[in-house]
Design a protein around this ligand. Structure first.
Ligand code: TYD
Ligand code: MG
Length: 453
């Protein structure tokens, strides 16, 4: 057996020295050396005791994950093709947004081919039945349970062995053994941890509902995000019927994919033509409105961006955004000021994406710039033109992925022009994209010139 010996490691800088000293010879810190067992070199651990490594080729040979499609197309799209067997999904959203409705509908679809257990800890079975009637639940294979205690819930899952378990919500189930009320961080973690582990053992997919507080935090559930495989967030504007499901974490697929629904009198229906819906009621011909062709996940959308500029009463003028990244909007305003010749120093700028979508795509920069410039000039942008491009700090326009798809979507919705960044060697066909004319511009100034004046 190899001899175990000790070495001295500095807790400040991590330097190792063979013997103890009062002061670290590397960083000069006093009293920072601690003795640790040597792990490398002549006295390293027994080779047999070392953990085994795995050949990458062995792992690559393992079969791809098994997916359980929910049958709700927009939800499957966001999940990357369906639920993964044995995985855990957290569905967050504000109260009343439609989480229970969506999951009941998905549970019913899955239940047509596999046993499903929908456990509610918030409502009575009568309330659940009322919703089920409303959304037209078919029933076969779908079992319901109203239970707020973890132990009986776990017992029911063990007995019924569902392929899918919905727990609505993780904040209202409680483990009596902890002695604390439901919804505390400790309870939420305990409940989720137990159910997720149970699911993994029995290859039950677990869908956990988590309510988001008004300030946008998944209170309690936020602490669950690292425990689950997938995090979905359910959003929408309170008044409108549109609901968007977004994936913010996915161990089994891409994030950023959007699922779009409409809340109707009979539950959620998958949105058919999202761009057309977003543009319905557009402020056509109004100063401050511009249409951007954006990409969210693999989806191309036309979004109306509206801007307003007004004299500022504050020392630092405001840059306020709704549905866009605040940092990008501030950047667009600054570039407009420096390179677009707009005097925005004493001006408050408001920019909003209309229709309750949240746009994260830098390709929306040019649309935002045109909306602001149009608002500031009090002159409408051409109504038949869609705008695409990322703004550089030097006033340049940068290309973004999916130009063809964006132009095609604009063409489909009847736009006759799509302004896109010009790039040497780019392969956008003139007149392509369904009859839409592509206008290539390389600088912000060229794009603003198209506003006329
Ligand atoms: P719900 O799914 O209960 O929301 P959550 O679980 O996120 O709290 O949805 C509640 C809202 O949806 C409520 O205001 C009623 C409305 N709704 C409809 O408009 N149509 C329907 O078919 C259903 C079931 C609900
Ligand atoms: Mg609910």
């Amino acid at each position: 057996m190899a001899q175990r010996s000790e070495t001295q490691v500095c807790t400040e800088c991590g330097a190792a020295t063979p013997r103890w000293m009062g002061r670290c010879p590397a960083c000069g810190a006093w009293g920072s050396l601690r003795s640790v067992a040597r792990t490398v070199g002549r006295d390293a651990r027994e080779p047999d005791a070392a953990p085994r490594t795995v050949a990458a080729s062995e792992l690559l040979a393992t079969p791809p994950v098994e997916r359980l499609p929910t049958g709700v197309g927009e939800l499957d799209r966001v999940l990357g093709g369906g639920l993964v067997a044995g995985s855990a999904v957290l569905v967050g959203g504000e109260p009343g947004i439609g989480k229970s409705t969506l999951l009941l509908q998905a549970a019913d679809r899955v239940a047509a081919g596999a046993p499903v257990l929908y456990a509610t800890a918030e409502e009575s079975l009568e309330q659940l039945a009322r919703r089920a009637r409303r959304v037209g639940v078919a029933g076969p294979g779908l079992r319901l349970l109203a239970e707020t205690d973890l132990e009986p819930l776990v017992a029911a899952v063990r007995r019924e062995r569902p392929r899918l378990l919905v727990v609505d919500s993780v904040q209202t189930v409680r483990d009596g053994a902890l002695g604390t009320p439901a919804g505390t961080v400790a309870q939420v973690r305990r409940v989720a941890g137990e159910l997720i582990e149970l699911g993994r053992q029995g290859t039950t997919t677990t869908l956990l509902v988590g309510h988001v507080t008004k300030d946008g935090a998944l209170a309690g559930p936020k602490t669950l995000e690292h425990l689950v495989d997938t995090v979905l967030s359910f959003e929408g504007d309170d008044r409108g019927a549109q609901r968007v499901v977004r994936c913010t974490k996915n161990r089994f697929g891409a994030v950023d994919e959007l699922g779009v629904f409409e809340m109707t009198g009979h539950g959620l229906v998958e949105a058919q033509d999202v761009s057309a819906r977003l543009l319905a009621g557009r402020a056509r011909g109004a100063a401050g409105s511009a249409v951007a062709a954006v990409r969210e996940g693999r989806r191309t959308l036309l979004v109306e961006l509206q801007a307003l500029t007004v004299g500022s009463a504050t020392v630092v003028p405001r840059r306020t955004v709704v549905g866009l990244e605040p940092a990008r909007a501030a950047l667009v305003a600054a570039v407009l000021e420096r390179w677009g010749g707009l005097a925005l120093a004493g001006t408050d700028v408001f920019v909003a994406a209309v229709g309750g979508v949240r746009v994260g795509d830098p390709g929306a920069d040019l649309g935002a710039a045109v909306a602001i410039a149009s608002a500031h000039a009090g002159r409408a942008a051409p109504a038949d033109t869609a705008w695409v491009g990322e703004l550089g700090l030097c006033g340049d326009l940068r290309s973004v992925p999916g130009l063809e798809a964006r132009a095609a979507e604009a063409g489909r919705l009847g736009f006759s022009r799509c302004v896109v960044p010009a790039e040497p060697g780019e392969r956008v066909r003139g007149g392509g994209g369904g009859g839409v004319e592509l206008v290539r511009v390389s600088r912000l100034g060229e794009a603003l010139a198209l506003l006329g004046g």
